[in-house]
Structures are given as C-alpha cells and as structure tokens.
Design a protein around this ligand. Structure first.
Ligand code: NAG
Ligand code: NAG
Ligand code: NAG
Ligand code: NAG
Ligand code: NAG
Length: 680
C-alpha cells in the first residue's frame, strides 16, 4: 500500500512540480495521511470484512411494470443487481406486475406489499423508511425506481462501511436526456452499439456534468449503515412518496440532529435517469396529494421547515482510488481512519481540476440555503385545505367489491386513532371495499392525509367535542343519526352497506357470512348482555354493526328509521328497534328475529358467539382475548359497553386488538419491532 502511495505521489509530483508551495504542503499531508491510513488499517484488527463487502439492500417503490415506464424500471433494477452479488432489492408494491417482474429477476429481488399505501396505491414514505430501517442488511439504500446506478456506487459504500462512524449518505441522481450505451444480458457490463465494453471511467466521463448539491429533487439516493441508531431526531411525518419534500426533510433533520455523519457523495456515485420519457406520477389527479405533503405541517408538530445545518455536511471525493472528505466550514479534509486533520483548502486558490470540482460543489451547497428559502415560500402557499377529488358516487364505484358491497366506517376526530386501527385491520385482512364517513373537517383532512377514501358528511349535526361524545350523551345521539342517513343514501345509490363502528375489531372478514342471509333481511348485532334468553328484546338492537342490502324493503324500512330518529330526543339506536321490532318488541317473531309489518323486512339478530358485543361473556375481562375469541369463532368483537373515549382506547390497545402505531403513524406490520405502546 505504501508503494502504491508513493507511485501515486511521484506521478503527481512530476506533473505538478511547478505549482506553488502549497502543493508541497498538500503532498506531505497526503503522504502522512497514507502512512497513517495504512497504520490504522493494520491496527484495526476488529474489522472483519476487508475484501468481502457489506450486504446492501436497495429499496424502491416502482410504478407497475408496464409499457415504457416498466422497461425503464426493469433496466434500472437490472443495473443494480449487476453491481455486486451482495446487493438485494426490495420493491414496495401491491401490483401483480411487480410480483411477476421480481420472480423473473431471481431470488435477490423481493416484493414487500406490507407497508402503508393510499387507497390510490401511492406508498407512504415514512412506512418505506421504517421498513428499510428494519432490514437485516449492513447497508440500506432508498433509490428512485428508474435510477440507473454505476459501479462506483459499490466502491463508495464499501468505503463508507469501513468508517468508524455511523453515517447517512446522500447522492443526487442526474437527469440526462441520452445514454448511448446498453446493458449486456448478464446485467454487469455496459456496451456500445457495436458490442464493445465501456469501463466505469468512460461512463463517468460521459456523465461529467456533475449534479453535486442537487439534493432537492426526487432523484436522490439515500443510504445508511444499519445500526440501532435513528437517522434523525423526532418522527418522520407520513409523507406520500414521490410528492416532494421528503428527501429534503430527511437530509435537513439528519444534519440538524447530529446522530450520524452526513455525507454528500454525488461526486463518487454515478447514477442517472433518462428524462426523455414522460414523467408520470403515480396518479394523474393528485393535486390533493401534492398539497397533502405540505399540509402535514399543520397537522403534525414534528414537521419542520428548519434550515439545514450545512456546516456539518461532509462531502466525499475520490482521487486516484482514495477517498477524501471535505468539510467546508472547518476548511478541513479527512481520510479514513485518520483522526487528526489537515488544512488543505484555501479560499480562492485554484490549482487542480479536482479542487475546482470540489469548489464548485461547495458553492452549490451554499446556494442550497437560497433555494431553501424559496421552497419554503412556495410550499407555504400550498398550505390550503385539501379535498378529495372524487364524489360519493365515484368513490363507491371505485371501492365497492364485485357484489356492490361497501363497508362504511363513521368517525369524528376524537376517534382518529381508533379509526386508523380499524382501517389497518381491514387492510391486514386484504379488504379494500371500505369507505370512511367523516363527521367533522378535522377527521376529513386527517383521513385524506392518511390515504383513506373518505366522504364528508355535509351537515355535521353538532360540535363533536373530543372526549365527551360517548354513549348516552347528546353528542352521541346526534352523531349516530348521521350514520343511518349516510347508509340510506348509499343504499339508494344501489350499494349494499356493512356499517361498522370503528370500535369493532374484525377477527375475520364477516361479509361472506352476512351476505348469506340474502335480500330483504337486515342483519344486526344484538346488544343483549344476559348470557341466556332471547337476544331481540326491546332496545337490544345495536346500530353500530349491521348489514343492509340495497333492496326495496330495506330502503323503505331504513327511511322509516331515519324519519323516526329525526323526530326523537334519543339516539338512533332506539329508533331502529322501535321502528323495526315495534315498541316493546311487538314485531318479534321468535328469540332472534323481528318482522317489520309494512315492508316485510326481516330483522335478524346475529349469534353473539360469532358477533359478541362488549358485555357478552365478559370477553373484555379475559387476559388473552384474542385467543379466547378465536377459539369461540368470533368474527368480530365490539368494544362497547364502556364509558369514555380514553378507557375504551386503553382497553383496546392493551388487549392487543390494536393495529396502529400512534407514534409513528403507521399500521403495525410483522416486520416492526412492536413495543408495548407508551400511549398512556
Ligand atoms: C430534467 O432535465 C430537463 C432538461 O434538462 C428538464 O426539462 C426536466 O424538467 C428535468 N426533469 C426533472 C424531473 O428534473
Ligand atoms: C383524472 O382526471 C381526468 C380528467 O379530469 C379524468 O378523465 C380521469 O378519470 C381522472 N382519473 C382519476 C383516477 O380520477
Ligand atoms: C360475491 O358473491 C358471491 C356469491 O355470494 C360470492 O361467491 C363471492 O365471493 C362474492 N364476492 C366477493 C368479492 O365477496
Ligand atoms: C367546538 O368546540 C370547541 C371547544 O369546545 C370550540 O373551540 C369551537 O369553537 C367549537 N366549534 C363550533 C363550530 O362550535
Ligand atoms: C323531546 O323533548 C322535548 C323537550 O324536552 C319535548 O317537548 C318533546 O315532547 C320530546 N319529544 C319526544 C318525541 O319525546
């Protein structure tokens, strides 16, 4: 190694012999660095992997692999796999085309469908990052799905992996209009049109327009070593992937947090994407998604437009096979393993092409501050309220299943976490035919930002205050009346409705069972708490879980319920019973059915072993509710018969019938380390 060092320097020396005395300082310095570097290498016996590089996993969220975009993405993924056998690829998607592509590329490519997506299929960036952090590989990398990467990427990461520090590395991906080479069938070598191999130097020369400092766009590679250390302080807001801001947010927060060495490596990692293709976004009509990322600022305290502390950014350079760090602020260059520093840079001295390159890079970093100011201004103009671009009719036709059935969850802002847990459970059961009805504008915006298909109930009847809207209160009475009106509206549009309160935990998909009762039957949960006896006694109908067919009898009967409720001083629940089963139960047929005489609608009370309410069998007092319910064959369990929002929430979270992480704002997934929640 020493020999290589001196060859480098003698060559260097002859070429630059006439330069100023500064160079002598330079050379002596570098020589010392080399010696010290060598010594450090000899000393650091604990470094196991010298030749064998780190295991690297690249994470990306591709669009479907169809057409031109699909080809571009496939080329990019092949370019990654060809870099090293140590590279694995994880594709975040639920699209079948992505699964089949992964299969065709072999065992090093996996598809991860278990992260959060919006109902339009846009992945959530915070969920992608969390999954990438949970990786067991040495290095995780987030990259754009169409970014082609060259081999200097691997040498740079191999180098970074040997650093004594924990690091976060960022590199801009160039946007170019033309690349005259093509990847050979093995995916390892780039060839000219006449089949000649093109080496990395040639490729780097072709890409000579440096993109150093352009860390604002979507074309950014973000890599880090996987240790038990976060990338930054605080919590990453639920950004939508590919809609701006999230890369800058991470870089800014990482610089300001000082947890890791933040390395800008745009000069040592060659990557690019071709811009001669229409840059389609995930969905065409995404104005609400775009403003969504900036609206997050209003909803989440942790979101910041802080100015980044660029003084702690370290830029990585490579010269003659050696890597060198420069920190502009300290006017200092470092080499690996070298603990002391060397003053190399003097402002205004331009003696070598490399220094020019470095200088221009440093200048562009400085200009970031300006860009930042502009961005903040632009973004704050977007901070207006957002609305779902789809009407109720459109949402229903997009969301309903093939039997025109929709699951309707109704919630106000005070139940937002409960709503999310309910949604996460439905997603987990692979049910996508649900719709959320928002009772206030806060939950409406919240739902949009969480990617839920949501409709706003136009005239919320009251000011639904945070803690006081539970069973028995006036607020509760008014809120529940909204539900039947919404259900009626949807039935009239021709869709069957399963209304489920969001405090109903779903063990399994109950729809096949509920559907089996056929038309002209309203299937409802019983609220009877006695273990034995009839389950359809007066006022024992629970209007928080029922299945209604879109047929004439049901619609007529629901109209009667809605009218009754409108003129009642109580919640809609007694209206349901009194209208359908008759006051005092005069329309009861037997112990679990009633018949509404005008419409001949049959009301069937559900078996409580399958559909237990919160008082039945003392289930909520059991230690292992999940197991006991599963043994009994419960399809759902209602978290009712408990006073107050807080108690209800606490009971459900502690029981483990909970699927949402309130802190990170993500659905709980099997790949997460699930701590006992610290919500209380
Ligand atoms: C890529 O570059 C072209 C022209 O150089 C520009 O028009 C285009 O907006 C760029 N695309 C992106 C995504 O930056
Ligand atoms: C997007 O908008 C266009 C025109 O306004 C419309 O034709 C198209 O169906 C919309 N797409 C979605 C997914 O809503
Ligand atoms: C629609 O109904 C049929 C018949 O009841 C059933 O076999 C099928 O699974 C249902 N489809 C869905 C998506 O539930
Ligand atoms: C709702 O109640 C909150 C607090 O009780 C109050 O600040 C707010 O102004 C009320 N909103 C309306 C529309 O009455
Ligand atoms: C509702 O309450 C008001 C006043 O408290 C009363 O006058 C009215 O009769 C009640 N209506 C019903 C249907 O009980």
């Amino acid at each position: 190694m020493e020999a290589r060092c001196s060859i480098l320097f003698s060559d260097f020396y002859y070429k630059k012999a006439l330069r100023s005395g500064l160079w002598l300082v330079w050379l002596c310095g570098i020589f010392l660095i080399c010696v010290s570097f060598y010594a450090t290498l000899l000393l650091s016996k604990e470094r196991k992997i010298i030749n064998e590089g780190p295991k690297i996993t690249l994470f990306t969220a591709p669009r479907p692999f169809t057409g031109f975009i699909g080809e571009r993405q496939a080329l990019a993924v092949r370019s990654w796999l060809g870099l090293s056998e140590n590279i694995n690829v994880v594709l975040f998607s639920q699209d079948p085309s992505v699964f089949s592509l992964a299969e065709s590329l072999g065992s090093r490519v996996l598809v991860e469908p278990n992260i959060d997506f919006t109902f339009l299929g846009t992945p959530y960036f915070h969920s992608m990052v969390a999954r990438s952090l949970a990786s067991s590989s040495d290095v995780s990398v987030l990259v754009n799905p169409d970014a082609i990467i060259l081999s200097d990427f691997v040498s740079t990461l191999n180098y970074a992996h040997k650093l004594d520090e924990d690091w976060l590395l960022v590199a801009a991906t160039q946007n170019i209009s033309h690349f005259p080479f093509h990847l050979d069938s093995g995916g390892k070598r780039w060839l000219t049109d006449d089949g000649k191999h093109v080496g990395i130097k040639k490729l780097q020369e072709f890409l000579s327009q440096k993109s150093c400092g352009k860390l604002h766009g979507e074309g950014v590679i973000i890599a880090w070593n996987n240790v038990d250390l976060p990338l930054h302080k605080g919590i990453l807001p639920p950004f939508l992937y590919g809609k701006g801001l999230h890369n800058r947010w991470i870089i800014t927060e990482a610089l300001n947090s000082d947890f890791r060495l933040v390395i800008e490596a745009s000069l040592t990692i060659s990557s690019f994407y071709l811009n001669n293709l229409h840059q389609e976004k995930y969905m065409a009509n995404t104005s609400w998604e775009l403003s969504g990322n900036s609206l997050l600022g209003r909803l989440y305290g942790s979101f910041s437009f802080r100015k980044a502390k660029y003084s702690s950014l370290f830029m990585l350079f490579e010269y003659g096979g050696r890597y060198l760090f420069v920190n502009k602020n300290q006017n200092i260059a470092y080499m690996l393993g070298y603990k002391r520093s060397l003053n190399l840079w003097k402002k205004g001295v331009s003696v070598s092409p490399m220094e020019e390159e470095i200088q221009s890079c440093l200048d562009s970093i400085e200009s970031l501050a300006e860009i930042e100011g502009r961005l903040v201004n632009e973004q704050s103009r977007l901070w207006t309220s957002i609305t779902m671009p789809l009407s109720l009719e459109n949402l229903l036709s997009v969301r309903a299943d093939q039997n025109k059935t929709i699951v309707l969850g109704v919630a106000g802002y005070s139940y937002k976490d409960m709503l999310m847990s309910w949604v996460c459970r439905l997603r987990h059961l692979r049910l996508s035919n649900f719709l959320v009805c928002a009772l206030d504008s806060e939950i409406y915006e919240f739902s949009i930002l969480q990617g839920l298909p949501v409709i706003k109930f136009l005239n919320p009847p009251t000011n639904i205050s945070f803690d006081d809207c539970h069973f028995g209160t006036e607020c509760f009475q008014k809120v529940t009346k909204v539900k039947s009106r919404m259900v009626l509206q949807i039935l009239k549009l021709g869709y069957n409705v399963l209304l489920s309160d969001v405090d109903v935990y779903w063990f399994e998909n109950p729809l096949p069972y509920l559907r089996s009762f056929g038309p002209s039957v309203l299937v409802v949960q019983s609220d009877e708490y006695n273990m034995a006896g009839p389950i359809n006694l007066p006022r024992r109908l629970n209007s928080g879980f029922y299945y209604a067919n879109s047929d004439i009898a049901t619609i007529k009967a629901m109209e009667k319920v809605v009218n009754h409720a409108a003129n009642s001083n109580f919640s809609e629940q007694p209206s349901f019973y009194d209208t359908l089963c008759g006051e005092g139960g005069s329309n009861r047929l037997n112990d679990n059915q009633c018949m509404e005489p005008e419409t001949n609608l049959l009301v069937h009370f559900l078996n409580r072993d399958l559909f237990p309410n919160g008082a039945y069998g003392g289930l909520w007092e059991e230690k292992d509710i999940k197991k006991i319910c599963m043994d009994k064959g419960c399809l759902i369990l209602h978290n009712n018969w408990i006073g107050g929002r807080k108690k209800k929430l606490e009971r459900q979270v502690l029981s483990g019938l909970w699927e949402y992480d309130i802190n990170t704002r993500m659905c709980l997934q099997s790949w997460q380390r699930i701590d006992i929640p610290s919500y209380f």
